[in-house]
Design a protein around this ligand. Structure first.
Ligand code: SAH
Ligand code: DHB
Ligand code: MG
Length: 234
């Protein structure tokens, strides 16, 4: 891109192309892609899956967070083609385990191929079905949970994630800013309402310490919520 002094610019005057350019700049310097990850994205696209996986820098953030707490067990809600799953599985030791919940059998098939291609298939168990049916069948604790499925259920997924955690577990929930719509109390779309219900649930839950971070990048303006579980008793 053209050389401009962005340091003095108002954030609001930086356009989406700049966010994309910076994601590419980050990718050029910080190892956020490789053959297996690229094949996962291209294979998912070829299979007709929506292009809504986490961005490469965010995928690596998930891996770094899970690795930083020495996670051995990971729970994911929303597999898609397994892109975020691969990042998370890479944080695990060879005897670690990741369970990922996916509604679509078609997505799960694509993900299985991608996970096996990335060499992490043996660590990952894909559970097909509505996550709210799968979650009651799981035995925790999970050290790290990533929630990235139907946003309408985010408050329910959060409650399940806490219940399946141990003190010190981390929970990351994707897409919690939604282009800023989260701050609009008159928003009527179910995904935004589900996200606002999530914030209220987290606010009222003394078992976690939480924050949320706004992000820009190749996926536009969004963000994620991070919660550290302090206590798991309800
Ligand atoms: N985490 C993935 C992206 C997930 S996209 C990544 O970053 O690579 C959201 C996924 O959630 C889709 O595959 C969708 O089929 C799945 N999903 C939607 N509703 C669901 C439900 N009720 N239970 C489980 N998965 C669901
Ligand atoms: C959508 C879902 C996601 O998980 C995401 O990261 C981006 C978009 C969507 O449903 O449009
Ligand atoms: Mg997402």
């Amino acid at each position: 891109m053209a050389s401009v002094d962005l340091s003095t610019r108002e954030a609001g005057s930086v356009d989406e192309q700049t966010w994309i350019d910076v994601d590419h700049y980050i990718g050029d310097h910080l190892d956020v892609s490789d053959g297996a990850l690229d094949a996962t994205l291209s294979g998912s696209r070829a299979a007709g899956l929506p292009e809504i996986a986490v961005s490469p820098p965010q995928g690596k953030l998930l891996m770094l967070l899970a690795a930083s707490i020495g996670a051995r067990t990971v729970l994911e809600i929303g597999t898609l083609g397994g892109y975020s799953t691969i990042w998370l599985a890479r944080a695990l030791p060879s005897n670690g385990h990741l369970i990922t919940c996916e509604y679509s059998g078609e997505h799960a098939l694509v993900a299985r191929k991608n996970l096996d291609g990335a060499g992490v298939g043996g660590l990952v168990d894909i559970r097909i079905g509505a996550a709210l049916d799968t979650l009651p069948t799981l035995t925790g604790p999970f050290d790290f949970t990533f929630v990235d499925a139907d946003k309408e259920n985010n408050a329910n997924y959060f409650r399940w994630a806490v219940q399946l955690s141990r003190p010190g577990s981390l929970i990351v929930i994707d897409n919690t800013v939604r282009g800023g719509a989260v701050a609009d109390s008159s928003a009527t779309d179910p995904a935004t309402q589900g996200t606002r219900a999530l914030y209220e649930t987290v606010r009222d839950d003394p078992r976690v310490a939480a924050t949320a971070i706004q992000t820009v990048g190749s996926k536009g303006y969004d963000g994620f919520l991070l919660a550290r579980v302090l206590d798991v008793r309800s």
